[in-house]
Design a protein around this ligand. Structure first.
Ligand SMILES: *Cc1c(COP(=O)(O)O)cnc(C)c1O
Length: 442
């Protein structure tokens, strides 16, 4: 074996030897996270320029695994939770409630008392609708708990139509037309908003991200006299593929710093800045290791298919959004047969598919569901295909048990080269344990 790094462009190391050894120990398919890359990304986010204080949050819906959250905690990054259960998971991983903010489209009902108990212990509640505010208004007024408000700015940006969370196609946040009603209610009740939040989408145009800074600061200036914190959301674009460009953290931070400083000069108010990336922190720290099970073709005017033992049930992003992930083909012996980050000249065009009974179970799809052949090495059955950029919204979002496949193990490649199991493989009995047999009618 010639040990080779899969992708030299991302900090940290994941080599062909790591792939072979991980499969020897844990089998495949397998999720592998690289601690050094994850920590490097956290430190990069933490180094974002700022004016009067800065606190990044990790959008844990991208990857809520306990060990991952523990690393995020050690790196001094707080939590953005999308549901009450996520808050509970973050707390279990070691975050105190005062380091967690709940931003959810759901309206707490049966779990309302859990939310209130968490808020008394410091959980920040980010109000996202008129119904949510009425639901929590009396409680926060009684206990003098300040709130955050997520605003729907009317304009957003995402990598696809479905990942824009700021425009009229998206129901997230308090729409500007409803703002007067909420502010009036808050004034009557004595409810304070000390934070303003906008999240315009995932992986969108950095220019739109900058524009949002100005728009959001004008909301703070015009409508939120008590706000001392401003959260610019997540959505920082990450380059998974060689032709993509990541958001420039230093540049965006420098812009935000300058705008927050001039806000201070205008208003005398010093704002603490928050951002809440998910993708940027974890996407390129994760890999899915699969094994080639079969090869087929659909004739001279058809396609060459590589069938591997993991697809949409491990990474549904191509099927959902036409997302493109880098492929690395590694032989059983550990030789690098192809890497997305090296020349693919001479490699055949193929379609990578999983083993679900579903035509859409492919990692080579565009947003309309068309097959998009990709150049990659020509492996033997038993060789491996590694899917990169798979740390965010893969294990957390996949329809895991489709076709009754079990969730595979997830491991962490430690900074000292050791491998830690961080989620055990699921077993069939765990998929069916809550099912009940047909009851016989009398
Ligand atoms: C999903 C989400 C994020 C993170 O988005 P990324 O594109 O992964 O950075 C941040 N904030 C909110 C409110 C979200 O819903």
């Amino acid at each position: 074996m010639v040990e080779q790094t899969l992708n030299e462009l991302i900090a940290g190391n994941m080599t062909t030897k790591h792939v072979v050894e991980a499969v020897e120990e844990f089998g495949s398919p397998l999720y592998v996270y690289v601690e050094s890359i994850l920590r490097g990304n956290c430190r990069e986010i933490k180094s974002m320029p700022h004016a009067f204080g800065f606190q990044p949050r990790f959008a844990m819906k991208a990857n809520p695994l306990r060990a991952i959250l523990q690393i995020i905690d050690e790196e001094g990054i707080d939590i953005d939770a999308a549901s009450v259960n996520e808050v509970a998971r973050a707390f279990r991983a070691g975050f105190d409630y005062d380091r967690i903010m709940l931003t959810s489209i759901d309206v707490p009902q049966e779990d309302k008392h859990d939310v209130q108990r968490m808020m008394l212990a410091g959980l920040k509640y980010n109000v996202c609708s008129w119904t949510q505010l009425q639901n929590i208004g009396d409680f926060v007024a009684e206990h003098h708990i300040p709130l955050s408000m997520r605003i729907h700015p009317g304009e957003g940006s995402g990598e696809s139509r479905t990942r824009n969370t700021g425009d009229k196609y998206s129901p997230f946040g308090v729409h500007l037309k409803d703002l007067p009603q909420l502010l009036h209610y808050a004034k009557e009740k004595g409810v304070i908003f000390n934070q303003v939040h906008v999240h315009i989408g995932s992986g969108g145009d950095p220019k739109k991200w900058r524009e949002n800074i100005d728009r959001e600061l004008s909301f703070v200036e015009n409508s939120f006299p008590d706000a001392n914190r401003v959260n610019f959301g997540g959505g920082l674009k990450v380059a998974r593929m060689p032709n993509e460009v990541s958001a420039d953290i230093k540049d965006l931070g420098a812009y935000a710093k300058e705008r927050i400083e001039s806000f201070y000069e205008r208003t005398g108010r010093k704002l603490i800045m928050e951002v809440e990336p998910g993708t940027y922190i974890i996407a390129n720290a994760g890999f899915i290791v699969t094994e080639v099970k079969d090869k087929k073709s659909t004739g001279s005017d058809g396609y060459l298919f590589l069938i591997v033992n993991g697809g949409m049930e491990l990474n549904s992003r191509p099927l959902l959004y036409g997302s493109v992930h880098p492929f690395f083909v590694v032989s059983k012996a550990g030789d690098l047969l192809s890497s997305e980050f090296r020349s693919l000249d001479g490699c055949p065009e193929q379609i990578l598919v999983g083993r679900c009974c579903e035509s859409g179970d492919s990692q080579c799809l565009d947003a309309a569901g068309n097959l998009t052949p990709r150049r990659m090495g020509d492996p033997e059955i038993g060789d491996m295909v590694v899917i990169g950029g798979a740390g965010a919204y893969c294990s957390s979002m996949a329809p895991s048990n489709y076709n009754s496949y079990v969730r595979p193990p997830q491991i962490l490649l430690r900074t000292n080269g050791e491998r830690d199991l961080i989620e055990k493989q699921q077993w069939l009995h765990q998929i069916i344990q809550n099912e009940l047999p047909l009851r016989k009618l009398a």
